[in-house]
Design a binder for this molecule. Structure first.
Ligand SMILES: NC(=O)c1ccc[n+]([C@@H]2O[C@H](COP(=O)([O-])OP(=O)(O)OC[C@H]3O[C@@H](n4cnc5c(N)ncnc54)[C@H](O)[C@@H]3O)[C@@H](O)[C@H]2O)c1
Length: 453
């Protein structure tokens, strides 16, 4: 007991006086901003990634993550607070390790735990008494206890006494101008009380607010609740767009008016579907876990079904709009405007734009794309090069499909030069009606005077 207290007190002391070395496994959208926050708080941070390219780039003082300025990485590398390595032996040095590796789905939409298992094995090989390990990757409830804990304790270390294990979901929202890693409250749940206390102390050192919960399972479920909440609400409002379209009502007018209610309503907006590494995937981790317990998560399944049909709904709008001009999708020149999964970021993972492009090409359209953040997209071995957004290009298109509402794009210029815009994000609302005929996801009062399709 005295030993337990002294190991914990020793680690706590090192966290408090910043002499603790921190390891971060996985230096992507989540791991790099976190590593930078730890380093900015004064810790020596060793970032470990299997990608030689990523480590070399970071050590040159560059950044592959849009929200992390290269100047910050360069300064931290220069003053010795941050280093990136592919040498797993360097992970014998940290007093605390955060794991932020991918948690994708397999082709059958089951959790692919291979990255987490591999990272847990890496941490285990380097584990020593006094080590705190925190899993940050989004995953199903039970992962920390069932996957990470057995790995770490298999060599005789006792949890809560000489090794400390917790889960803390990452909530980073890429491209968010207000909320970053530091000012987004961090939920922490340890296997034992001592684990929660140490993990809380670790994140208190660099995150404004830490929210301890009673177990890793509670912390794991917090993240899944948040992302399921978004998936379900986006699906609900997407269905409302279809409902409004059939009723001939402007869905955005309805939403904006509903949002004036000061309580009991939260605004979500319809769109071409969902993307990114979180909302389309995370709820399936929970659905999978519940299937193993013989329970069907109906909200998750329905939301996924509606959201994943939205790209086809957009393409249907394009087909109807072209049809009204006596044109077929087959052979038409169509520009997809914006391919990132959401506004003002450079991430195409799971982007609905990829489905829109695939469906249009499948119907014989000549599809090109423009995205101010994404010069090329790679899909199934094919490389698509983006095109410049010029008046001449727009005039040569049979249709322009707005999939992502990047603020950088001059939509008035698009209105002035394109002949037909299918606007899945309502970016054309309020613009001066010039040349383009605009078709939105749902009937719109501003378009009511124009030809409706
Ligand atoms: N991207 C987001 O917006 C976001 C937000 C919240 C939570 N998350 C979750 O965080 C986790 C990480 O996501 P991400 O977006 O940062 O992924 P990412 O793909 O951007 O980065 C993961 C990094 O881990 C590295 N890696 C893979 N296997 C490794 C291993 N065994 N050892 C060391 N490095 C390894 C990869 O090379 C890559 O650099 C996921 O579980 C994700 O669901 C992501």
């Amino acid at each position: 007991m005295a030993g337990e207290a002294s190991i914990k007190a020793h680690v706590l002391g090192k966290i408090q006086d910043r002499s603790a070395v921190i390891g971060v496994i996985g230096l992507g959208y989540v791991g790099l901003p976190l590593a930078v926050e730890f380093a900015k708080a004064g810790f020596h941070v060793i970032g470990y990634d299997v990608s030689d390219r990523v480590c070399k780039l970071l050590m040159r003082g560059e950044s592959h993550i849009q929200d992390v300025p290269a100047s910050e990485v360069a300064a931290l590398v220069k003053n010795g607070l941050f280093e990136a390595t592919t040498d797993e032996n360097r992970l014998s040095e940290p007093d605390a390790i955060s794991i932020a590796v991918p948690t994708p789905l397999s082709k059958t939409r089951d959790p692919d735990m291979s990255y987490v298992i591999s990272a847990a094995q890496t941490a285990t090989r380097q584990a020593h008494p006094g080590l705190l390990v925190v899993l940050e990757s989004t995953t199903y409830p039970g992962t920390t206890r069932e996957v990470l804990l057995p790995a770490l304790t298999e060599r005789g270390l006792t949890v809560g006494e000489d090794v400390f294990v917790a889960f803390s979901p990452e909530r980073v929202d890429p491209g968010n101008p207000v909320y970053h890693t530091k000012n987004t409250p961090k939920v922490v749940g340890g296997i034992t009380q001592a684990c929660t206390e140490l993990a809380t102390a670790l994140y208190d050192s660099c995150i404004d607010i830490t929210v301890p919960v009673s177990s890793p399972e509670a912390a794991e479920l917090v993240k899944l609740l948040e992302n399921t909440f978004r998936s379900v609400n986006i699906a609900m409002v997407n269905e409302m767009a279809i409902v409004c379209d059939k009723l001939g009502v402007d869905v955005w007018e309805v939403i904006d008016a509903a949002a004036t209610k000061p309580f009991g309503f939260m605004k979500f907006t319809p769109g071409p579907g969902i993307g990114g590494h979180c909302i389309p995937l995370d709820p399936h981790y929970l659905a999978w876990k519940m299937r193993t317990l013989n329970y069907k998560t109906r909200f998750i399944d329905l939301a996924s079904e509606i959201n994943s049909q939205m790209p086809a709904y957009v393409v249907e709008k394009v087909a109807h709009a072209l049809n009204a001009e006596r044109k077929a999708v087959n052979g038409s020149n169509i520009l997809v405007l914006g391919v990132a999964y959401k506004r003002d970021i450079d991430d195409v993972r799971e982007s609905p734009a990829l489905d829109v492009i695939r469906l249009l090409e499948g119907s014989g359209a000549n599809v090109s794309f423009h995205d101010p953040y994404i010069p090329t997209i790679r899909e199934d071995g094919h490389v698509h090069e983006g095109v410049d957004l010029t008046a001449k290009l727009l005039a040569s298109m049979d249709a322009v499909v707005v999939v992502t509402d990047h603020k950088k794009v001059d939509y008035q210029m698009v209105m002035d030069n394109a002949s037909l815009i299918v606007d899945s994000r309502n970016v054309t609302n309020g613009l001066v009606k010039t040349k383009a005929r605009v078709v939105t996801l749902a009937a719109s009062t501003r378009a009511a005077a124009e030809v409706m399709v």
